[in-house]
Ligand binder design. Structure first.
Ligand code: FAD
Length: 475
């Protein structure tokens, strides 16, 4: 291992590893240090996203949806399959294999780009020196002209709900259950709580989601949130709003959860309890006292819009800095920083970061919600199109939900696009591209969309903004 590099990246998650690869593509010498260790003791690059987040959750969402569809939907298509049985061990082996392939892929890409991957803990010292502690405890000092901090985030734990990793668990544990809990409690009806609740509900758990806020999915456009709530209720997710958990305790093989709502205090008994109340920036052991890097009041590393920290030539990207905790946001920041280090132009357009919730139906959006536009005081128009009127959605037995477009009354600028329905997470890419290029709804109206495709819903929603939808009644 060399002792000096152009760039050292601490953290090999979806923010750190793209920074390392892009820096190497920019002909800089790069080392990327990561300490992630799986439950089986193996080390892996890829961070939360590949090992314990985006990828394993989507693997289980896909498998559990197929299980659900085989049981309840195949007959509608005229397919008789007999008794559908769950082999959870096989489902979990598939999840683990996908994770292993994806994390192994990072090492291959590192190798082809000449990035030195170092397994161990990195600590930033003064003067852009980094102390690396290898898994066997050996310490080495390396240095770089530029250091990128990408140490990510970790689940928030509640003091009154003591985590034991067996009965009271976090999202990572909940992805690796080896049996379907009969009764599952989830604290938090955010993205992670809803996705994990959906997986285990589809596989047979009775799921109760306890959400402290009175409003469901407050971050989303409320037309979409209301539609989502209706579908989740129909699927059997018991979502209790305004339910504040005051304590939880393991008793034998059960968890007693005490929560308070408008009616008073209640006790819920479950077999497993997932705490999914959000994540916090992770900086433990990352910064020596004299590194000079400043944190904000909430523990995030303080950065400007180009991810520069308070110390020259030290940058920070991903979940450990402000902004939405999303893999793609971190990736763009990592790539931006690597280009800036190489003296190239780069920036991230934070106005068009898409959000996706991979439930069924999927939910995805970009830009402002109708509530935000209203609060901003700008006059606006809305167009929406139901998937019930989409031939492709009907053919897929997925005619639920809608696409909704909000645009400015004065210049027709697209302000926000919101989709709940089949493949919403894929459809939103068109919306992101349109907004990235400052498209108007007229631009979308004049763009040919193949028939029959789900993307026609966006086309028709754009037409509906001016009450010119062809395949639905204009209101
Ligand atoms: C269940 C779940 C599902 C999710 N699904 C999605 C999704 O579908 N889409 C999406 O966009 N986002 C999703 N997320 C969020 C996504 O995982 C994060 O936004 C993303 O992983 C953040 O990337 P990061 O590189 O900033 O941090 P991380 O992925 O957390 O990676 C940080 C890495 O740095 C390492 N590290 C930390 N400190 C040190 C140190 N001092 N020395 C060496 N290594 C260190 C860590 O071990 C880790 O490997 C999900 C999260 C969870 C928990």
């Amino acid at each position: 291992m060399s002792t000096h590099y152009d760039v050292i990246v601490i953290g090999g998650g979806p923010a750190g590893y793209p920074a390392a690869i892009r820096a190497a593509q920019n002909k800089l010498s790069v080392a990327c240090i990561d300490e992630w260790q799986n439950f089986d003791g193996s080390y892996a690059f890829g961070g939360t996203c590949l090992n314990a987040g985006c990828i394993p959750s989507k693997a289980l969402l896909e498998s559990s949806e197929l299980f659900q569809r085989a049981q309840h939907e195949f007959a509608t298509h005229g397919i008789q399959v007999g008794e559908v049985k769950l082999d959870l061990a096989a489902m979990q082996r598939r999840r683990a294999a996908i994770v292993k392939t994806m994390t192994g892929g990072i090492l291959a890409v590192f190798k082809s780009n000449g990035v030195v991957g170092i397994q161990g803990h990195g600590r930033l010292l003064a003067g852009n020196q980094v102390e690396v502690t290898a898994p066997d405890g050996t310490k080495t000092l390396i240095s770089a002209k530029d250091v990128v901090l990408a140490s990510g985030s970790t689940p928030i734990r509640l003091k009154t709900v003591p985590h034991d990793g067996k009965f009271i668990v976090d999202s990572w544990n909940a992805l690796e259950f080896d049996a379907v809990p009969k009764r599952l409690g989830v604290i938090g009806a955010g993205v992670i709580g809803l996705e994990l609740g959906s997986v285990w509900r589809r596989l047979g758990s009775e799921v109760t989601v306890l959400e402290a806020m009175d409003q469901f999915l407050a971050v989303a456009d409320q037309t979409i949130a209301k539609e989502a709530q209706r579908h989740f209720k129909k699927q059997g997710l018991d979502i209790k709003l305004g339910a504040k958990v005051s304590s939880a305790a393991v008793a034998g093989d059960l968890v007693n959860v005490v929560y308070v709502d408008k009616q008073g205090e209640h006790t819920l008994q479950v077999d497993k309890l997932i705490v999914a109340v959000g994540r916090r920036p992770f900086t433990e052991g990352l910064l020596a006292a004299d590194s000079g890097v400043e944190l904000d009041a909430r523990g995030f590393i303080q950065v400007d819009e180009h991810c520069r920290t308070s110390v020259p030539h030290v940058w920070a990207v991903g979940d450990v800095v402000r902004g939405p905790m999303l893999a793609h946001k971190g990736k763009e920041e990592g790539v931006m920083v690597a280009d800036l280090i190489a003296g190239l132009f780069a920036e991230v357009n934070y106005k068009v970061v898409p959000s996706v919730i991979y439930t069924a139906p999927e939910i995805a959006w970009v830009g402002q919600t109708e509530e935000q536009v209203k609060a901003g005081g700008r006059a606006y128009k809305v167009g929406s199109f139901p998937f019930a009127a989409s031939g492709r959605a009907r053919a897929m037995e997925a005619g639920q939900g809608m696409a909704k477009i909000i645009s400015a009354s004065d210049d027709d600028e697209i302000l926000g696009i919101h989709v709940i329905g089949p493949m919403a997470g894929e459809l939103i890419a068109e919306a992101v591209l349109a907004m990235e290029y400052s498209a108007s709804t007229e631009d979308l109206q004049r763009t040919i969309h193949a028939h029959p495709t789900l993307s026609e819903a966006l086309h028709e929603a754009a037409l509906a903004v001016d009450k010119r939808a062809i395949d639905a009644i204009n209101r």
